[in-house]
Design a protein around this ligand. Sequence first.
Ligand code: ADE
Length: 235
Amino acid sequence: MKFTFVTLFPNLIEPYFKDSILKIATQKGVIEIDFVNPRDFTKNRHNRVDDTLIGGGAGMLMMPQPLDDAIKYIKKQDPKAYIIFPTPSAKLFKQKDAKRLSKKEHIVFVSGRYEGIDERVIEIYANEVFSIGDYILTGGELPSLVMCDAISRNIPKVLGNSSSLEVESYEDHLLEAPSFTKPNIFEKNSVIKEFLKGNHAKIATLKYDLSLLKTKYHRTDLYRKLKTKGKDYEK
Ligand code: ADE
């Protein structure tokens, strides 16, 4: 899978791939990353990439031409490249999107800066738009990285142990149960005693019940979505 980041600030993104799981994934060639800087496509004398808002308003907007040319350049090499714009004015990015998008061959994230991007560029090129949460960041670089990370770990061979994908939060709308490692007692706090007894069926049932409780407590919105699967979650 290839990820191309269209950004004025590649240095905000590149270091993330210099360590840990995504470093290994790039070294193994499971994922490939590339950067395209819209500033390299400017046609004005001062290499400007932003301009004032038509109709008034505070701040500056990324102008269409450099972005348009940057995306055309990418599309010329790969017409099937899948273009995603991170923006706070969009649907929320979810785990199911991460899984679905992990099957693409080439994803392009187009990061806005300043007050955002001229809407016409989004209209022309967006295959999808996503927000990563109900807050405003200073640009699209962090959202692009967040989505890239979430997508990447669903690509086969990126995670060492792919079975860990099956039991984590948001699978089936459930938050993950608490987990522990050694020592059994830390700062006078014991792990859940049942976890020490080795009865795996019992542990699985307990973990499931704890998942339900966590979801009910922290995320009532998810809890309401749970399919009953023959069990009455409301009891
Ligand atoms: N750009 C700025 N804030 C954002 C957000 N919350 N999600 C996606 N893109 C953004």
